[in-house]
Design a protein around this ligand. Structure first.
Ligand code: AMP
Ligand code: MN
Ligand code: MN
Ligand code: MN
Length: 288
């Protein structure tokens, strides 16, 4: 049985397909009772989603997913219960917003070199004033017939070594964890099974993350296989880290996982929400 808790998803504020209001309505329809919106590097959807959640029997958690460069790789750190008004967090994310635009222009230049013109303008047009991501380029490239779907477009154009890839420098792990913590939030390593780290670096990541004040890792996520649920439950236990869960829902055509379908955390996990008042009211609705 699954818990009605989803602590990782995206709206149109970053690379999701649903507006914050629509996402909340959809989540409610899927039986979610505790929802965190975690857009990439942006807090712009939180106030709207929190307001929308009042229309349903739902507790809303302010969240974010911060892009980090660690050992030359991109890692995602989710912040839960952050303060959307926090000045340092807002200032840092405003800088990421500006840097993402420069990166997108460079992506456009890379694609122009292989004959795909106007990609930056087209992606910008899809993203509007929201955070511009590789997904917006993917949507343009699929719509203009350069690839058949999101999966193949990434492989062909948007990953390391391909024309639309830019080796971007995100913020440091220490800065992301510190910003989250100092805004009153809880830092969580997103989908650790997705990083091509090798075991030694994976353990080093856990060690450093904890040293900077990180609290939890995602154990059950739309990005993990069932064997990975067990693997990361074990790692969480080993490092004294709590466990989180989230679908990483983006919407039709981008994510393959619907909300409300995640299995419960393995029994030996300490849920990140263990002492949250938002979850206490769920009572018998909880599986873990
Ligand atoms: P960005 O933060 O701009 O690098 O965009 C990263 C986003 O692209 C991720 O959060 C995913 O939503 C999406 N993404 C990354 N890799 C893939 C992939 N191989 N297939 C589909 N979507 C992907
Ligand atoms: Mn995404
Ligand atoms: Mn992610
Ligand atoms: Mn995500």
């Amino acid at each position: 049985m699954s818990d009605p808790i989803d602590l990782h998803c995206h709206s149109t504020v970053s690379d999701g397909m649903r507006s914050p209001q629509d996402l909340v309505a959809y989540a409610a329809g899927q039986g979610i009772k505790v929802l965190a919106l975690t857009d990439h590097d942006n807090l712009g959807g939180l106030a709207i989603a929190r307001e929308a959640a009042k229309l349903y029997d739902m507790q809303f958690i302010d969240g974010v997913e911060i892009s980090v460069t660690w050992k030359k790789r991109t890692i995602h750190i989710v912040g839960l219960k952050i303060d959307p008004q926090n000045a340092a967090l807002n200032q840092a994310l405003n800088q990421v917003y500006a840097d993402r635009d420069l990166r997108a222009q460079q992506m456009g230049e890379g694609l122009a070199k292989v004959g795909i013109l106007g990609a930056y303008e087209a992606a910008k047009n899809i993203a509007k004033q929201n955070v511009i991501t590789r997904v917006h380029f993917a949507r343009f490239l699929v719509e203009s017939g350069h690839a058949k779907d999101t999966k193949s477009v990434f492989k062909k154009f948007l990953v390391k070594g391909k024309p639309g890839f830019v080796d971007h420098q995100w913020m440091s792990l220490e800065q992301a964890v510190t910003l989250i913590k100092e805004s009153g939030g809880i830092a969580v390593i997103a989908h650790p099974g997705r990083y091509d780290l090798g075991m030694i670096n994976m353990l080093l990541l856990m060690h450093e993350f904890r040293k900077y004040g990180g609290t939890a890792i995602e154990v059950v996520t739309g990005s993990h296989t069932p064997p990975q649920y067990q693997q990361f439950a074990k790692i969480a236990h080993q490092f004294g880290l709590k466990s989180s869960q989230g679908s990483d829902y983006h919407g039709v055509g981008i994510s393959f996982m619907e909300m409300g379908r995640l299995p419960a955390l393995p029994n030996n996990c300490v849920p990140v929400w263990l002492d949250w008042p938002e979850v206490a009211g769920l009572g018998d609705g909880l599986a873990a």
